[in-house]
Design a protein around this ligand. Structure first.
Ligand code: GCV
Length: 698
């Protein structure tokens, strides 16, 4: 009997399904390594449709098929095979997916179309091979989500040219603010051995549109500028090129002195300029598509041009001239100084706005989402919209330094969206300000099998890439896409897990820093609460600096009667935050110092409202844990148990945050808790005495 190819495939799929059913649950356990790229076999109608199409992948003749389009080709075959649950048929008689890719450099040509030319032919066409790669991933994503291949009609282009990850990894394998193991870069074994994980990393990044990666920490080692590192960097850059990812390094500003043998790193010294030029030329000789330098200068003790009484623009331009048209210099705006006694929230603006228009064309200023430091909530950074003659880039933190790190489930898309969607003035939003330039996210990746320290932390990596591709995507859509690809497409799973993810951000705000408070985390590790800490020499390193709680009230007066940080925003923006009675409660204590009995918009006195918010945060984490427990049937045992454990930790720690904070505020205001409120479990002294010498970041 001769069986048709389709029948053979269907029988094969049935056999695989029966074997899978017969296996014990543990065999299906997953460790999270595959991220959102599992391409779990389709079922039901979606599978039948793809079987009927019987896809094979081919290049259009006469078009470019360089290494990047080669990756697209391989990825399509890999993804389709996995979605079908069996190899693609060899006959080539089925429907075709045709790649039509031209050549363009990585920042260009990324737009793509995926559409059905006929019922038997799908075309992925792009102005550049990287567009073909993004189109391939988009097609596989759509299929993973159950789309009908023959009805696919995608027409996409990235919202911004630079979509980057910043690794804060040191040459010795330590990851600063890393909560997912050691560094994925083994500089010791490179260039002789390249860990295949670096290729998986590039693939995951490409799948969400990331096209640049900075490989070392902003607190930079000068080693990366030595000859010894060039072949190491080259090996990584070569491995990433097929994924359309350019390699960047952080440059230590004092490197001409540290490793260059010069007596100075003064950016206006001709010998220093010649040194940067020679180093940069050496990098480009080895890596022709080297992206450029990231620099943290005169910030938190890092060296910079101000050490030589030069401005940030003079420093940045020296490096930018060495790089020339070949790449960019990304200069961080994260500065605040021990000598400057003005409100820390104002210092970056004061430093950089006078330099607007003084940076060379290939300098980009990288600005954190808020004016302090990656808090659970901050208003958008006032530099956005205030430097019309400078290229500004958004910096977000995917690693959750101040948001519970590995163990708290917090989905960050709503946090970034809040900033990207914020209007900077009459002319537009933060997303529009950065559209000509880009977004960088401080990566949360490490050597852990699950890459990100927890399964749900992967969602933040995914969301960052997707938002850099298209900041108009909603947090819900991104969560849905991620959860369906990562765990289960079952609508019963998605209708519960997506709202849980969305609410997780407000929950952490509520139990850590409600009503516009910020930076109440204990100094150093930034993990648990430390609102009482007030004895460190630099005032802005004390949580008490950010709450200004006293017997009379709480919050930082940033209006004209206080630091007037409010004046750094456009008048139309500042107007919404001038009057405490009219200020959105999300930012109330950020901008205002108000009495404990201040009547909030809820009608409750501030103290009662604050207590209510801490309680709401705890209740929401408990609700998240219950939701997750109900999702057990949809998730493999290993990832289910990991997440359940972490939610238990988060429930306990939300209580810790609430109880420690309330105990402290009560010690300041002397007020009783509102009737019916559960008192803190322990005394304030108990919370103050807790110590975590082993916490990451200590
Ligand atoms: C790289 C915060 C972190 C620091 C980090 C700094 C920065 O202050 O706590 O560890 O240093 O941000 O962004 O430069």
């Amino acid at each position: 009997m001769i069986m048709g190819r389709g029948l053979v495939n269907r029988l094969l799929a049935l056999f695989v399904a029966l074997v899978a059913l017969a296996l014990p649950c543990a065999a299906q356990a997953e460790d999270g390594y595959q991220l959102w790229l599992r391409y779990a076999p389709l079922q039901g109608e979606a599978l039948a449709r793809l079987e009927a199409f019987d896809p094979h992948v081919q290049f259009a003749s006469d078009v470019n098929n360089d290494v990047i389009s080669g990756t697209a080709f391989q990825e399509l075959r890999r993804g389709l095979k996995s979605l079908l649950g069996h190899p693609l048929s060899k006959s080539g008689n089925g429907g075709s997916i045709v790649l039509v890719c031209a050549y363009a450099p990585p920042e260009e040509g990324a737009q793509f179309k995926v559409f059905a030319r006929s019922a038997r032919q799908i075309e992925i066409s792009a102005a550049g091979s990287n567009g073909c790669l993004y189109g391939a991933f988009a097609l596989l994503r759509a299929l993973s989500l159950g789309a009908d291949l023959t009805k696919i009609d995608l027409d996409e282009h990235p919202a911004m040219p630079l979509r980057m990850l910043d690794n804060w990894d040191d040459p010795n394998g330590y990851v600063l603010r890393g909560y997912s193991g050691r560094s994925i870069y083994d500089w010791w074994k490179l260039p002789g051995h390249l860990d295949p994980r670096l290729i998986d990393y590039a693939r995951a990044n490409a799948s969400i549109g990331i096209n640049g990666v900075v490989v070392n920490s902003v607190n930079a080692s000068p080693l990366f500028l030595t000859d010894r590192y060039i072949p190491k960097l080259k090996r990584v850059a070569d491995a990433w090129r097929p994924y359309g990812i350019r390699l960047y390094i952080t440059a230590r500003f004092s490197a001409p002195k540290d490793v260059g043998g010069l007596p100075t790193a003064d950016p206006l010294d001709p010998a220093v300029q010649a040194w940067w030029k020679a180093r940069t030329d050496a990098l480009y000789a080895a890596i022709p598509d080297f992206g450029g330098f990231l620099v943290k200068a005169n910030s938190e003790g890092e060296p910079g041009p101000q050490d030589y009484h030069r401005t940030h623009a003079e420093g940045a331009n020296t490096l930018a001239r060495a790089v020339g048209k070949r790449g960019v210099v990304i200069w961080r705006a994260f500065v605040y100084s021990a000598e400057d006694k003005t409100d820390r929230a104002k210092q970056a603006y004061n430093e950089f706005v006078p330099l607007d228009g003084k940076f060379d064309a290939n300098v980009i200023l990288q600005v954190k989402n808020g004016p302090i430091d990656f808090q659970p909530r901050e208003p958008f950074h006032p530099l956005f919209g205030a430097m019309p003659h400078t290229r500004l880039m958004f910096e977000g933190q995917i690693t959750k330094e101040y948001l519970g790190q590995a163990t708290h489930l917090v989905y960050l898309a709503p946090l970034w969206k809040e900033v990207l969607d914020a209007r900077t003035g009459p002319d537009g939003t933060v997303a529009q300000v950065i559209a000509p330039t880009g977004m960088a996210g401080v990566a949360n990746t490490g050597s852990d099998r699950d890459w990100s320290g927890s399964h749900f932390n992967q969602a933040n990596w995914y969301a960052f890439g997707r938002l850099a591709w298209d900041p108009n995507l909603s947090s819900e859509q991104i969560a849905r896409e991620w959860a369906a690809q990562t765990f289960s497409r079952d609508p019963a799973f998605l209708t519960k897990v997506v709202p849980m993810m969305i609410e997780s951000r407000q929950a952490v705000v509520d139990y850590m820093t409600p009503l516009g408070l910020a930076h109440q985390m204990a100094t150093g590790h930034h993990y648990g609460p430390g609102p009482w800490i007030c004895d460190l020499a630099r005032p802005e390193w004390n949580p008490c600096y950010y709450a200004r709680a006293d017997k009379a009230g709480i919050g930082v007066d940033r209006t004209a009667s206080g630091s007037n940080a409010l004046a750094q925003y456009a008048p139309s923006v500042a107007a919404q935050w001038t009057d405490p009675k009219a200020t959105d409660e999300a930012y109330l204590l950020w901008f205002h110092h108000v009495p404990w009995d201040f009547r909030t918009q809820s009608g409750r006195p501030l103290w009662d409202q604050l207590v209510q918010r801490y309680d709401r945060g705890v209740a929401n984490v408990d609700a998240m844990a219950r939701t997750w427990a109900s999702l057990q049937p949809y998730v493999d045992p290993e990832r289910f148990a990991d997440t359940a454990d972490y939610l238990r930790i988060q429930s306990q720690e939300a209580r810790w945050w609430r109880d420690a904070s309330l105990a402290y505020w009560q010690s300041v205001n002397g007020l009783p808790l509102p009737a019916g409120t559960r008192p803190p479990e322990h005394s304030l002294d108990y919370y103050k005495a807790l110590a975590f010498p082993e916490a990451p970041g200590n």
